[in-house]
Ligand binder design. Structure first.
Ligand SMILES: O=c1[nH]c(=O)c2nc[nH]c2[nH]1
Length: 458
């Protein structure tokens, strides 16, 4: 068993200043003079609003802290805390191919750009080096939780899980199942092998992190195109035997992919029926893209409480310009969050994903003659935080600063040495202005510290 990253933390930690988190998909709470106290186990034990600087010591005394303690942070103007970003769809092996193959449609991009690259993860040394860079790179950009696809290799995917654990990132990690429609050099040897490597991987993760404090195995059929009926059915059985294990796949991503799916599985009229038949759609399912949706598919995902991983950068820059109906998902209060789809897109930043989600929502407004209004700043932020937590069924644990949740957070700085190239903060800016400047023009230089379960990991 790996040592818990919090084992050496013995002190309470506290912050005083501006705290910003979502209340609903459309509303944020900007808490001025907030006081947040975090217990040594990483849980938030106190959240108070409107505490004057002079009253901080009184509020902290029961935790053995004062305003002079090293684990107390006072956030001056231009600095604030937000919940950590949640990347609901991320291909870890594609870290070193981001941006490659723009303009290719999905099958050409997979065959020419992606599979030759992912095949390199047969080499554990390459996996160790690349996954270290990948997980470190996402942490640097404020991703406190990621849902990762690994490659098809069991050993490399174990390395990915271990790297997340060691670096302290919360993660779902999945061995990618794919035993058809790909070249022989990058394909599971058989359905049996695909499933047995998956079960071995699940057992490994259960040992690595027995209570899923940070790392959880996730079932990862790449997409129906890449899996035969035995693999899909076998994964469905594993899902029903392991009700704590989430499932991720790609769903209604491109017209080409949907046509190939139909030709391989003619007995199903749509992808909802297909994945549901094999036991892969439930409240733990994280479905990437969900772009080309009719009322039937949308209704099934709503009824089955599946989560949608919206990946606006890859949806609009690989092959077609895919406009997912996010306003409709929000209207129905479906679970929807953001994915960088690192590799599928060119950016590994959730801040970029927020902004591109806005661009896509403007396109959707055009496509619907103004009916689907564009996303607001608050909605973009919700998708990156609480929305993502809901997609991962982790909203009882993370996504806001509610007492009892784990402290997964980003300390944002917009002035001085951390200002980077953010839109300049003027004396007359309100906190709302500064927050909007961060969402629309900030980057990783504004993310001074990253916390997962109360532990500082950047
Ligand atoms: O964006 C994507 N990235 C992938 O690796 C992939 N595989 C199937 N479908 C996919 N879509």
């Amino acid at each position: 068993m790996a040592t818990s990253p919090n084992a050496s933390t013995t002190d309470f930690r506290a912050f005083h200043g501006t705290l910003i988190h979502s209340v609903t998909s459309a509303e944020i709470d900007i808490i001025e003079n907030g006081l947040l106290v975090i217990a040594p186990n990483g849980k938030i034990v106190k959240l108070e609003k409107g505490i004057a600087q002079g009253d901080v010591n009184d509020q902290l005394s029961e935790y053995g802290l004062t305003a002079d303690s090293p684990s107390f942070t006072s956030l001056p103007r231009g600095e604030f805390l937000i919940p950590g970003f949640i990347d609901t769809h991320n291909h870890a092996p594609q870290w070193t191919q981001r941006g490659l193959g723009r303009g290719k449609v999905i099958m050409e991009w997979l065959n020419k750009t992606t599979f030759p690259h992912e095949a390199r993860f047969a080499d554990p040394e390459y996996a160790q080096k690349t996954y270290g860079l990948c997980v470190g790179g996402f942490i640097k950009q404020g991703v406190t939780t990621a849902s990762y696809y690994g490659s098809l290799h069991g050993e490399a995917t174990k390395i990915l899980a271990k790297v997340c654990m060691e670096k302290g990132q919360r993660a779902f990690v999945g061995k990618c199942n794919m035993n058809q429609s790909s070249p022989d050099y990058y394909k599971d040897a058989s359905a049996e092998e695909s499933l047995s490597v998956t079960e071995d991987f699940i057992a490994y993760v259960r040992k690595l992190d027995p209570t899923s404090e940070l790392v959880t195995a996730i079932l990862t059929p790449r997409f129906a195109v890449a899996c035969d009926r035995d693999v899909l059915g076998g994964l469905g059985k594993i899902a029903s035997k392991n009700p704590d294990i989430p499932i991720q796949t790609h769903f209604n991503e491109t017209i080409q992919e949907m046509e190939i799916t139909k030709s391989l599985f003619p007995e199903f009229d749509n992808e909802s029926d297909l994945y549901e038949h094999f036991g892969l759609l439930n409240s733990r399912s994280v479905l990437a893209h969900c772009i080309y949706m009719d009322e039937y598919d949308t209704g099934r995902l709503e009824t089955l409480e599946c989560g949608v991983a919206h990946c606006p950068v890859s949806n609009t820059t690989s092959g077609n310009f895919g406009v997912a109906p996010i306003r409709e998902y929000l209207r129905r209060d479906m679970k929807v969050g953001l994915g960088t789809d690192s590799g599928g897109g060119y950016s590994s930043s959730i801040i970029d994903a927020m902004r591109q989600a806005f661009v896509v929502s403007k396109a959707r407004e055009l496509n619907t003659n103004g009916e689907d209004k564009p996303l607001s700043i608050n909605e973009m932020f919700y998708l990156a935080t609480l929305g993502g937590a809901r997609v991962c069924c982790l909203d009882d644990k993370i996504g806001t600063f509610a007492v009892g949740k784990d402290f997964d957070a980003l300390e944002i700085k917009t002035m001085g040495e951390h200002s980077g190239i953010i839109t300049y903060v003027e004396d007359y800016d309100t906190t709302e202005d500064i927050f909007e400047k961060f969402v629309m023009s900030g980057d990783d230089r504004n993310i001074a510290r990253v916390f997962v379960k109360g532990r500082s990991i950047k």
